[in-house]
Design a protein. Structure first.
Length: 182
């Protein structure tokens, strides 16, 4: 037997209350990153990725190289709550997702999916045929998101790469063919 969540439980007259509104009715604006976003991108990257955040100089260079594939979620008040960054190669039709993050307080509202769907659409329009990414093997939520978008572990060994980023920093490599997906 299942129970209704408390906010949907019948009152003493056996009536259900109306729908519960989303906690914050303002939806962040998804847009291309701007040069003026760099300090806020640095703050966001450090908040989410902590000790493995990109150094400021590298974040700057990634922005300079891949600005058209660097998307942010802007709350409208100058604060960013998420980003996705894709890097493309000059001579082939491949791309890597170098970063996807959403602040902890903004998770579980589909914002990561929204970022990924938009970046994949932009990559497809740019002629990219294959996208790869790495994910921490224990990050089940991210793996489920990527699988739901069509990413599959790159073989062998289900995509698991021991010590990928150094000793003890394993990653799972996942791949998506854009010509057949989404």
């Amino acid at each position: 037997m299942t129970a209704e969540p408390l906010e949907r439980a019948p009152d003493r007259h056996k009536r259900l209350p109306g729908p519960v509104p989303f906690p914050d009715p303002r939806h962040p604006l998804l847009r291309t990153a701007r040069d003026s976003d760099l300090p806020e991108l640095r703050r966001l990257d450090e908040e989410v990725f902590q000790e493995v955040a990109y150094p400021a100089f590298l974040l700057r260079q990634l922005f300079d190289m891949y600005a058209e594939h660097f998307l942010v979620l802007d709350d409208g008040e100058g604060r960013l709550c998420g980003y996705v960054l894709a890097a493309t190669t000059a001579l082939s039709h491949d791309s890597w997702i170098l970063g996807l993050c959403v602040t902890e307080d903004s998770r579980r509202h589909g914002l990561g999916r929204e970022l990924m769907v938009e970046i994949l659409a932009r990559l497809r329009r740019s002629g990219i045929e294959q996208v790869r990414l790495t994910v921490e093997p224990a990050n089940r939520a991210a793996i489920l998101l990527y699988r739901s978008l069509g990413f599959r572990p790159e073989q062998p060994d289900g995509g698991l790469r021991r010590d990928y980023f150094g000793p003890g920093q394993d990653r799972r490599v996942m791949r998506l063919g854009l010509s057949r997906s989404l």
